[in-house]
Design a protein around this ligand. Sequence first.
Ligand code: SF4
Length: 275
Amino acid sequence: MSANLHRALDAAIPMLKTIRQGVKTPPKASSAALEKLRQLARAIPPAPQPAQVPQPAEKSAPALELEPAGGWTMDSLRTAVIACERCPHLVASRTQVVFGVGNPEADLVFVGEAPGADEDEQGEPFVGLAGQLQTKIILAMGFQREDVFIANVLKCRPDMPSGVSGNRKPKPAEMATCLPWLSEQIALVKPRAIVALGAVAAEGLLGLTSPLRDLRGRWHEFQGVPVMVTYHPAYLLRNQSLSEKRKVWEDMLLVLEKLGKKITAKQRAFFTAPA
Ligand code: SF4
């Protein structure tokens, strides 16, 4: 209790006593006491108001690309991916986003790791030397390039230090950031099989880090779709031995079987050593 309040009560006590004794007209001293009480009451600071409880700021969702109300179409997805700026360092260095090409209803999807310099320049995956070899493999399987869908895990070329030429492998974090786009592409295409080209693509798509020799030749799965992992065509350009080409081809024969495609005797004999 404050000192002011004590003083106010002390001054009021005589008046209260007078009232209790039935005195109808308060003594002069009571009027003075009342005035004193009023003065002291005015001097008592107002009771502090309860502290303002800060209200939580309204949370606003981070500005991510939102799926359209009716779901993605390949066109709306392409528009969103081409405008994507989730990786500022890649946005700063890319010439363009490499969305992917091919049949949007393909039975077969090929997945690479990331655009290289040629792809970054032309806006299409697998157009460099390795891409040309991959196209030959697709033709040997009995498809046209337009029959299949081709995309990378990472849609923007990995940046290179200033003045350094060549390409670098995408980092796992970069691939993880971009993977939702590939996931949406695969959900739209609904292929019956996927081929992951190289260990980096296998890591980006499946999260598997085993050596490629342990991953190839057997089926994995992504979003319920069977995935065959095989060597990247760039590996075959570096290692042109018949045995390595044969390994890739055996993987492609498994893919053709999975798709229910008729395999010719000539196809079965590709890259087998002469008797
Ligand atoms: S790499 Fe993928 S996630 Fe990153 S900016 Fe390019 S499109 Fe967007």
